[in-house]
Design a protein around this ligand. Structure first.
Ligand SMILES: [Ca+2]
Ligand SMILES: [Ca+2]
Length: 199
């Protein structure tokens, strides 16, 4: 019995020891999917992204409420690391954004579960505010989710001038760091006033 207990402890220690925590950044100007449907085509032709000298990768994503509330959807492929039976952990460490004009509101969901909301800083700099990026810092709690494919959604309500996003940074634990954790993205629009998708 003692031998069995020692073996069990050794297995658990070995499994837990290999678990890594790591962060990954997704440049949000890359969020629009190549396969966006016709509804979004005119916006895509107008240009989803915009050059910004102070932005990461020198680009940001400009969104506004012209077609309704934008929803940025990131597909996460979370393959569990090693034999550890625990769920995987994900947290939103930062969203980098800029704003020039009235403030904007964000709501973050993991699948259909609410995670956090955030209000951007209002800024009035006659256009110069777009190149001044700010950090939200960590948003919401660390989430313990089932491995597999999850969807992180950022629903946005803006003033008429919109808001710009540079990148989002997520922290993972007990996820295989060799896997491509960001495995798809898109932008959709909801009728104004709605804060959740049905699907
Ligand atoms: Ca704004
Ligand atoms: Ca960027």
């Amino acid at each position: 019995m003692l031998k069995f207990a020692i073996l069990w402890v050794a297995v658990v220690v070995l499994c837990v020891k290999g678990i890594e925590t790591f962060e990954r950044t997704f440049e949000l100007e890359n969020a629009p999917s190549e396969q966006q449907d016709d509804l979004d085509k005119d916006i895509r032709q107008r240009g989803w992204w915009i050059w910004r000298s102070e932005a990461s990768a020198l680009k940001g994503l400009h969104v506004d409420n012209t077609k309704g509330n934008p929803v940025i959807q990131l597909k996460l492929c979370l393959k569990r690391q090693s034999m550890d039976p625990r769920t995987v952990s994900v947290s939103v460490e930062n969203i980098r954004y800029s704003n020039d004009g009235p403030l904007d509101h964000l709501w973050i969901y993991m699948d259909t579960n609410f995670v956090a909301n955030f209000t951007t800083a209002g800024d009035y700099e006659a256009g110069h505010g777009w190149n001044k990026f700010r950090d939200t810092g960590k948003l919401g709690p660390t989430l313990h989710v089932r491995r597999g494919q999850r969807r992180l959604k950022i629903l946005i309500s803006t003033d008429k001038y919109g808001v710009e996003f540079d990148y989002i940074r997520l922290k993972f634990e007990n996820v295989d760091p060799n896997e491509q954790v960001f495995c798809g993205s898109s932008i959709r629009f909801l009728p104004r006033g709605r804060r959740q998708r049905d699907d």
